[in-house]
Design a protein around this ligand. Structure first.
Ligand code: GEK
Length: 256
């Protein structure tokens, strides 16, 4: 397995963003307070995040094509960027990490500078709905599409498909929901148990849930698969699922 670095996290970088009772809960934002504790927040909030990153490295080692671009869309602090950087074996690749949070991109620059793998990384503070995607062999949307408004999702996936070379791949990781309400309740409860087991209090869980309402919009696995097919991807396979989190591998057909 490629050596995939985990982002450094210090004792004072523990996520306590929602630990104190708030009189009013505003919309969740990827601001400086979140960026500072982000490695701890995502590790304790997304089941399997620490497994998915090294697997993105494995996928990169197989699918990165020589002289192509590898995009990390919604790169945050560069977890998937670094995983790809350490997985890529093909010569002449360049990674482009894009995020529209200046606080995330500033910190991401720091983490990338600390890493010495040879593949060049370019970071951009931009909206992924507006940035060009071209000559790509790998694109990752690692828990990012869920923050893009539903009507903008298909146009973005179309552009990703068209910007991939034949045989190129998209890794799409998302929080999901279930069409069956009993299943939804069961998986959501297990998810909250996961958060409790990771030290989050009932107050933290409920305040964060309120902050994410209408900001993070989950969909079913079938809705994601169907949309990926509509965007032109021929082969779509579920390669990871734990409770209400999953990751799909979507492959652009080999023939141009
Ligand atoms: C990781 N992939 O560590 N344009 C650019 N960035 C965006 C947009 C947009 N329209 N919408 C949201 N973001 C990362 C984790 S976090 C997931 C991704 C989470 C960015 C947003 O600023 C944030 O940094 C990221 O997408 C989502 O592998 O926090 O659950």
């Amino acid at each position: 397995m490629p050596d995939s670095p985990t982002l450094p996290s210090k004792a004072d970088d523990i996520d306590r963003v929602f630990a104190n009772a708030r009189t009013e809960i505003g919309k969740f934002r990827f601001d400086a307070a979140v960026a500072r504790v982000f490695p701890d927040m995502i590790r304790r909030s997304v089941p399997g995040y620490t497994l998915i990153l090294p697997m993105i490295g494995v996928i990169a080692s197989r699918y990165a094509q020589p002289d192509s671009l590898c995009y990390d869309l919604g790169c945050s602090l560069g977890g998937a960027t670094l995983a790809m950087r350490h997985g890529i074996n093909a010569p002449g690749c360049r990674i482009v990490g894009i995020d529209n949070s200046t606080d995330m991109i500033e910190r991401c620059e720091h983490f990338i500078a600390l890493d010495d793998a040879p593949t060049p990384v370019e970071l951009k503070c931009a909206d992924i709905r507006e940035t060009a995607i071209e000559n790509a062999s790998i694109v990752t949307l690692n828990f990012t599409l869920q923050f893009v408004s539903p009507e903008d999702r298909l146009p973005l996936l179309h552009r990703i498909h068209d910007g991939l070379r034949p045989g190129g791949v998209l890794v799409l990781s998302e929080k999901i929901c279930f069409a069956d309400s009993d299943e939804q309740e069961r998986q959501e409860e297990l998810y909250y148990d996961f958060k409790r087991a990771n030290g989050y209090s009932e107050l933290e869980i409920s305040q964060k849930r309120s902050a994410l309402e209408r900001v993070l919009i989950p969909e079913t696995i079938d809705a994601h698969k169907e949309r990926l097919h509509q965007a032109g991807f021929e082969h779509v396979v579920l390669w990871y699922q734990c409770f209400n989190f999953m990751s799909l591998l979507a492959i652009r057909s080999d023939s141009p």
